[in-house]
Design a binder for this molecule. Structure first.
Ligand code: TYM
Length: 326
């Protein structure tokens, strides 16, 4: 029997190439060896203000992106977090062994407080506990994520260890699995590519949008003219070449940049070609899928039905361990 692991994405906006390169691409590669659970974590997305009327559409959009990118419901379990109530049930139990001081030191909490100063709610504080529950519920030994999630994985190991030493060995301590695209910067070349910043290449951007966005994306800021030599090690376009282009193209662009024989625009044209080739088929499949929302909903319903018994089996163990079975 294939082992399970859980990984997920918040339905808080359209998915971008950071989500794809940091997470989904690894997920696709792991779905033969494991039977993974890929969640659309809607309860996590409730920690910031949102319009309830939009949630259904966002979940469908995320699911269509998963499928269009190459996740196969025959191999993986695609589900929505709120369809399996054991996630929040386990989160409560983990809450009771989590010191508040430990949570307050997690850097993502401090970032979120900075971004949402007028909405510092308990959910935001507790976010990593629900994430630990997502992961531990399926006894994940690995969790493929982007680099920004590493503090959450450290916390998850912590809480698993705390639980096991208090109540007996139930959980595995999961390790993060990072890809070469674990930290994709946005088009500003400074910040992480993020739905909350306007710096993304989306998985459904049109060919024209991809071309326009990359043509104006920040390169080596010190390279002002075509005849100036540049520094490819600080250029975000080169970072993207690292994940999209061949080694010959990378060399051609890096050398050409250093000795000013290639301009930024020519270097970008090579990248644009690859990004368009990657995104176009995903975009086209996604459009087809979104025209059949009932089929997507069936896949999610079936995914929840497959995830539930796995989650229930773990919860039966947890309930026994913490002494709430009679
Ligand atoms: P979220 O929705 O912010 O991002 C989903 C996944 O995409 C990765 N990612 C990136 N990777 C590289 N470069 C980027 N610029 C970039 N932006 C996002 C993230 O690292 C993540 O892997 N807390 C999670 C959701 C979650 C989860 C879980 C993940 C809830 N429960 C359990 C794994 C396991 C989050 O906010 O992801």
């Amino acid at each position: 029997m294939r082992k399970h692991f859980f990984s997920g994405i918040q339905p808080s906006g359209r998915l971008h190439i950071g989500n794809y390169l940091g997470a989904i691409k690894q997920w696709i590669a792991l779905q033969d060896e494991y039977e993974p659970i890929f969640g659309i974590v809607d309860y996590h997305a409730m920690t910031v203000r949102y319009d309830p009327a939009e949630m259904r559409g966002r979940v469908l959009d995320a699911a269509a992106s998963y499928l269009a990118a190459g996740l196969e419901p025959e191999k993986s379990i695609l589900m929505v977090q709120s369809d399996v109530p054991e996630h929040t049930e386990l989160a409560w139990i983990l809450n009771c062994i989590t010191p508040m001081g430990r949570l307050s030191r997690i850097p993502t909490f401090k970032d979120k407080v900075r971004q949402n100063p007028d909405n510092v709610n308990m959910g935001l504080f507790d976010y990593p506990v629900l994430m630990a529950a997502d992961i531990l519920l399926y006894k994940s030994e690995i969790v493929p994520v982007g680099e920004d999630q590493v503090p959450h994985l450290e916390f998850t190991r912590d809480v698993a260890e705390r639980f096991n030493s208090a109540f007996g060995e139930v959980f595995a301590e999961p390790a993060e699995v990072l890809s070469p695209g674990a930290r994709i910067l946005g088009l500003d070349g400074v910040n992480k590519m993020s739905k909350s910043l306007d710096n993304c290449l989306y998985l459904d951007d049109s060919d024209d949008e991809i071309s326009r966005k990359l043509s104006t994306a920040v390169t080596d800021p010190a390279r002002k003219r075509r005849t100036d030599p540049g520094d490819p090690t600080i250029c975000n376009i080169m970072n993207l070449h690292d994940v999209f282009s061949t080694s010959e193209e990378r060399e051609q662009c890096a050398d050409g940049c250093r000795n000013a024989t290639i301009g930024c625009l020519d270097c970008k044209k090579i990248l644009i070609g690859h990004v368009v080739e990657t995104i176009r088929p995903i975009r086209e499949r996604k459009t087809d899928l979104l025209a059949r929302p009932d089929d997507i909903l069936d896949i999610l319903r079936e995914g929840a039905a497959r995830a539930r018994p796995i989650a229930q089996a773990t919860m039966a163990e947890v309930r026994r361990a913490v002494g709430v079975t009679r």
